[in-house]
Design a protein around this ligand. Sequence first.
Ligand SMILES: [Fe+2]
Length: 443
Amino acid sequence: MTDDDALRERIAAELFAARGRTTLLTSAVDEPDLVKQHSPLMSPLVWDLAHVANQEELWLLREVGGRTPMHPEIDPLYDAFEHPRAKRPALPLLPPGEARSYSREVRGRVLDLLERVTFGGTRLTDGGFAFGMIAQHEAQHDETMLATHQLRAGGPALSAPPPPPAPADAATLPPEVLVPGGPFTMGTSAEPWALDNERPAHDVHVPAFYLDTTPVTNAAYAEFIADGGYDDPRWWSAAGWAHRRRAGLEAPLFWRRDSDAWVRVSFGVPQPIIPNEPVVHVCWYEADAYARWAGRRLPTEAEWEKAARHDPVSGRSRRYPWGDADPTPELANLGQRHLRPAPAGAYPAGAAPSGARQLIGDVWEWTSSDFLPYPGFVAWPYREYSEVFFGPEYKVLRGGAFGVSPVACRGTFRNWDYPIRRQIFAGFRTARSAPEAGESRAR
Ligand SMILES: [Fe+2]
């Protein structure tokens, strides 16, 4: 098989995997639930369905294939920048049947194009970039649609998946790992499907620090609540305290008190919180307050990436914590296989050289960093992908969650959101600076 044929096969497999998930998520509910808006934060599922197809048509059939638009009149309806999510239900959207046939039609033509396309020669086709971008785009909407399912009222719609693997040696894990100080390579110039904000690779000096071995658990977070963490402004930033009061925050989203215990509603099923499972559905302000209460802080984005990628033996940065091989079910909880994070300490085979576990998968991890461009950033293939979001309004999340597809997750992948957002599958871990070398010596 030639390299191009292998690339064609990989692209077809990624497109197929993303569509399988889209189909499952949009066929699990009835038509009224497909067109309904379940939260002002989310689009109706039927919007996601046709938007995914519209972007696929735009980038692959028109930009790569040079085809004329199939239905130019619908383009503005599915332009995410023209209509905020809250306004989308009022648009004359394609009804479910038409949205499905449009997406089938686009996909059929894309698979024809894929058989004939020449890779390279243009930036869009180099390494199959545009196809990779579209596979990632659909996978990201699969995650968004999963979040819509979590926000949907009523009984369960998704069938219960198997539980994630239990950790065998969690009791013997150290609570934190040391990441030695020094430079490391952050970002990438080599990953063919990396998005503009992950580029270019550049050296960053990161002083030594300690990082939690695993994400913060429900049990640890419940201690913060029980200790009055939500009532003590000492732990909160000024903006965080103002938000906590205004929004009446008292616990993670979807938690509710049932006599003495906390119950979490997960995809329509109420169940007691699992103590050793990473906490999920907390906003940046809550993560920041917890860290201060614990006498620690959130890691910076560079610290997170160094802990996840830096190999102190070779001095190079890996694609993933475990090495350069793509994720498998033994390495990380990704791809909506379990619909919940695995208990803290799971996936020993996926550990980073630093010893930290579950950096990839399980829960997105809030970092202390604003979403900013790397030195030498160039917007590609369009400004609205990342550039318009750069600035202090957004905080960076890293590592992906159980709802994220492997194609849209790697050690360099950057996600960003407002510090008040809780509907995303976000948790966190905490850090502390290590004393400078020599500092602890008696003088
Ligand atoms: Fe989109």
